[in-house]
Structures are given as C-alpha cells and as structure tokens.
Design a protein around this ligand. Structure first.
Ligand code: ACM
Length: 614
C-alpha cells in the first residue's frame, strides 16, 4: 500500500512537472532546473559583459532585445555580475567545454557563463528562447547546464540549382544560429551554375553562372535553344564571400565550400569545354534531361584538368578559412571516361582496373593538392568507391552505409543520410506539396540517429541537413523546406539522445511556429496534415487508411467531391475505407478541438492507385 501511494505521488509530481513545464527550448538543453519567481525585462535590464571578446554578442543581444521586446536595452562592459542585468561572463572555470554554457535566470538577474565566447553565444540563444513569444516580459527562473552532443551541426544550401543572394544566405545563418547550428555547407557548383568568382578563370562566372530561364518541373524542362540568352543566375565575388564568412564567423558558423567534381561539372565545362573528355560545347543546364547524353564529368586523363583544379582550389583555400574543402565526388557518370583515350591511358599507366579506381585516383590527387594548401578533403560517400583517399573525411548521403564503412576505416564522417536529413524531399502529401523525389516527414527526421551501432562514436563528427534546390526557386521556399525539419535536426545534433520525446517536441514545435510567424520566416505546417495510406485488397480494389504524425487530431473525409468539414464522415483509428462506386477523388482534413487545423488534401483515386506499391 505504502509502495502504491509513493508511486502515485511520483506520478503525480511527474505529471505536474510535465504540464507545468513552460519551457520550449529547441534544441533541448542537457539539464534544466526550474527556479522560483521571474526575471522581468525592463528598460533598465542592460547587458553587462566582462570581456572584450563578448562585445559583439553583447551588442547582438541588446539589439535583439530592443527589436523583439521593444525595450531600448544597452550593452556595457563591467567586471562583476550586476543585479537587474543580463550578465555575460567569460570564465575559464565554467562548465560545458568549447561550446557549452551555464545559464541562471533568477529574480535578481540573469547570468550566462561559459569558458568560450561561442558558449556564451549559445547561452544567449537559449535565453532569447526563454522570453515568452506572447510579448510578456516575464522570464521564469531557471538554471541550465548545456553542451552539444556533436561538434558538427550543419545545414547545406545548394546555391547552384537556384541562386540565392548573400543577404538571403545571411538570413539563413541568422535562422540557423537560433537553433545552435554551427556549420553552413554551401554547394557552390553544379551542372546548373558555377557561383564563386575564380580570378584566374573568369569564364567560370562569365559563362558558367548563367543559364536560360525556366520554370516548371525540374528534369522536364526544355533544354536551351540555339541563340537563347542565358539570363538566370548569379555568382559571388570573393569579396562578397569574405563578407559572408565574417558574418558567419561572428555568429560561430563555419562555412564549408563545396566544389563538386569530377561529376556535376557541366557549368564549368560550359565555360571551359577542354575540361571534359568529349571536349564538346555544352550549355549550363536549366533543369532539362542531360545525364549520360552530355558529358558533365571532368576528364581525369588530361593534366590540364588538374592545372584547372589547382587554380580553383588555390583561390577557394585563400577565401574560405574553414579547415575542410568539400570536393563532391557524387553521382559521377563515368561513361565518357570509358571512351576517352586520355582516361584510358591514365588507367593503364597507373594500373587502375576500372573507372571507380580512376575516380579514386582523382580524389587522391585532390587530397594531396588540398593538403599543400593547408586543407583537409571531404567528399560524398561515392569517394569510397575504388578506395578512399588516405585522410579523406566522408559525408554519408546514400543512407548510413558509406559513413559506417568509412568510420570503420578510421575516417571521420558526417552523417547526412537522404532518408533522414534531405530537406529537399516531401514533408507532406505530394498532392499539395511542390514536386520532388520522395518523402521525409518531420517525425522521421526526429528519429535520425547519427551514430550507428558498432561504430566508434569518436569517428562521427555529427550530422547535417541538406537543402538541394532543384525545386526551390525562392528563398521563401527555402525557408518552407528548412523549417520545421531543421528543428528536429538541431535537437538530434545538440541534445542528449536520452532527452528525445516526440510528443513534447511537437509542443515545442508549435511554440516555435509562433516565433517564426512573428519573425516572418516561412515554415511548413505539413505536420498537421493527414497521412493517406492507400493499399489494395485481395481483389485488387483500392482501400485507404489514414494516420497523422501528431496525436490529438480528428480526421474528416469525403469521396463525393465536397470539401470535408466536421459534418463529414469522421475517420476511426485504423479503419480501412473502401471506395464508393464511381468515386473519383478523396479529400481529407484534420481538426483539433473542433477547429480545422491541417490543409485539405484532394487526391484523385487514380493517383492513389498509382501510389500503391506493386
Ligand atoms: C547528393 O545528393 N548527390 C550528394
């Protein structure tokens, strides 16, 4: 009896603490202990910092408070913690290592303490999330100890398929750092555009940065017509990139440049046709089919290819201070190498058995080239094919297997498997989302585990979400694809694995939807939509099951071409719906607490039939 009552008491307090939990910090801190009372932000709540190195971020904090909380808050240097103020302290004895921090909000003051400026910066981000989104200036007392799980917390933006301005990339950095990402991988080159000024190779941007304008379905577009002007595109001067890098660096974001070779090189080849095995003139690709038809791979047989790359990487290494350069290596179509006399000679001279080994030869030479410039090489997991370069690091995208194999050979790995971390994929039903390749719902991203069983965790630097932009023509759409899925990545990469809790994370997500709305940042609400699961019965008749990503939703549907609402048929969990005779469309909407929440999905039954796996 005594046991039962103490268990009941524990459950009671657990439920109180769950319900009373007012904090919605993403990513979840390592440890947080609610305190008593509130700290009230007032016009006198200045920011005090104890070290010159914190001057920028003290100003940053004061600016954000001034604009968000509408209080004219000033930053001042001072050597001791002051009552009523937000105190930023660099303290070599603070807990949390290189990126961690301690944060104490009490009635009297706020103290953010870390052994590095970076740690203080993350403490500031957490503090800003403690300020209620509803405009209240009362911040509940709390003590937080925090540090990240992984040192590599990245997002990639593909600026080749669609071009984004430096200001837009800065805006992305502003958004990333709120969630403690520390790495921006910028995919600077591809078949659809070369985006970095290389002073010794001016055609790369004069020709390679521009393609004919097209909208519509990627890979279904018209190829460039004879004489058609290439007017869509753009590039970054080295000065602009340096400005971007210093903006990122002030916010503790490293910028990883990617020059994608030897495949994905059509823009460079359009600028300098001698670079490919065929030597033919091609145009920068606008999203029309060209793979295996046009030669988008650099010729590995000719020395001139390596002379070209030496010029490129000399300038890339001089502009980007980050220790790594990403050389791509993915999806190289090697068919033209098979027919290229120079490539064949290279293979013969070096005893290379096949074109995978030729690619490996190429990457190994790049590794030496980068080493001479003081840089380390990273590539997509295809660089394993034909043998990994001795010190290369691998970014695993075709699932985790490449990363596992590389880690087992003692190479560092960044996990960015497409099935958990590709932010270009559908996040909701294809009937109402922009066309793309396959599905990656929010919940699945939250289930990402970067350290596979049996792998030494020390070899896994961390993980990364990749935003490819074939179907992302605007920055607004980039935001839609980034958020909220990058919330999930942030929590996977920063927070202790043991703290993951989907239901709680959904509550936090909703609080952050409010914050994004207020900041006019676009995001997807697909997580509120129904999931439609078609199948066929034993007689081949279509049937439909419904589900939702989050709990607590009601589903209403129709087959009669009316828009469903709470007067329509209500779905019962796990029910199998059969199709009324002659129905041609299925519609479904979600409700919560009697109010419409998700978007109406309208899907033709023909499409649903096609979705059923054979
Ligand atoms: C990739 O998605 N091709 C790296």
């Amino acid at each position: 009896m005594k046991q039962i009552s103490s268990l009941a008491l524990i459950l009671f307090f657990l439920s109180i603490s769950t319900f009373a939990q007012p904090y919605t910090i993403i990513p979840e801190p390592q440890q947080q202990t609610p305190g008593k009372g509130l700290f009230r932000l007032t016009p006198n709540s200045g920011v005090i910092y104890n070290n010159n190195q914190l001057q920028f971020m003290a100003g940053y904090l004061a600016d954000v408070l001034t604009s968000n909380a509408k209080l004219a808050i000033k930053a001042k240097q001072g050597s001791t913690s002051q009552p009523g103020k937000i105190n930023l302290f660099l303290d070599s004895k603070a807990n949390g290592g290189k990126e961690g921090y301690e944060l104490k909000v009490s009635e009297g003051s706020v103290l953010i303490k870390a052994s590095t400026p970076r740690g203080v910066f993350y403490g500031i981000q957490t503090f800003l999330q403690l300020i209620p989104a509803n405009g209240s200036k009362d911040i509940p007392a709390i003590t937080i100890q925090d540090a990240p799980r992984f040192p590599w917390r990245g997002l990639m933006l593909d600026v080749s398929r669609h071009f984004f301005t430096i200001d837009q990339v800065k805006r992305m950095i502003d958004q990333m750092v709120v969630y403690k990402f520390n790495l921006l991988h910028i995919h600077l080159t591809d078949d659809q555009g070369w985006r970095m000024e290389i002073k010794q190779l001016p055609e790369l941007t004069r020709v390679g940065a521009w393609r004919v304008p097209r909208t519509g379905l990627w890979w279904e577009r018209d190829c460039p017509q004879e004489g058609e002007a290439a007017t869509y595109g753009g590039f970054y001067t080295q000065q602009e990139l340096k400005d971007l890098i210093s903006y990122a660096s002030a916010r503790f974001v490293d910028v990883l440049p990617e020059i994608d070779v030897p495949g994905h090189s059509l823009a460079a080849i359009a600028a300098y046709p001698y670079l490919s095995s065929t030597g033919l003139n091609y145009k920068v690709n606008p999203g029309c089919k060209f793979y295996t038809i046009e030669d988008n791979a650099l010729c590995v047989g000719k020395e001139s290819t390596f002379e070209f790359l030496d010029k490129v990487f000399t300038e890339v290494a001089a502009v980007f201070p980050f220790e790594y350069i990403h050389v791509g290596g993915d999806e190289c179509y090697k068919g033209f190498w098979e027919k290229c006399a120079d490539c064949q000679k290279r293979m013969k001279d070096n005893g290379l058995k096949n074109t995978n080994e030729l690619q490996s030869y190429f990457i190994k030479r790049l590794e030496k080239m980068l080493e001479q410039k003081g840089k380390k090489l990273m590539g997509w997991d295809e660089i394993l094919e034909g043998g990994l370069a001795p010190k290369a690091s691998v970014m695993s995208w075709r699932g985790m297997d490449g990363g596992i194999a590389a880690a087992k050979e003692n190479h560092h790995v960044v996990m960015s498997p497409s099935n958990y971390a590709y932010l270009d994929l559908y996040q909701g039903d294809p009937a109402i989302e922009p066309p793309t390749y396959s599905m990656l719902r929010y919940k699945k991203v939250y289930e990402f585990e970067p350290v596979p069983d049996g792998v030494d965790p020390a070899m896994i630097l961390g993980g990364q979400g990749n935003l490819w932009t074939e179907s992302v023509p605007t920055f607004r759409q980039a935001e839609y694809m980034l958020w909220p899925r990058s919330f999930a990545l942030a929590e996977v990469l920063w927070s202790p694995k043991s703290s993951r809790n989907w239901d709680r994370f959904v509550q936090k997500t909703e609080a952050h939807f409010d914050r994004l709305s207020k900041a006019d940042i676009n995001f997807s609400t697909s997580v509120y939509d129904a999931i439609v699961i078609p199948s066929k019965d034993a007689n081949g008749q279509l049937q439909i099951k419904l589900d939702t990503e989050i709990g607590g939703l009601d589903l209403y549907y129709s087959f009669d071409n009316t828009y469903p609402d709470h007067h329509s048929s209500k779905y019962t969990k796990d029910e199998l719906l059969s199709i009324p005779k002659d129905a041609d469309h299925f519609r479904v909407i979600t409700y919560r607490n009697g109010k419409p929440l998700g978007r109406i999905l309208t899907i033709s039954l023909e499409d649903l039939s096609k979705r059923v796996k054979k």
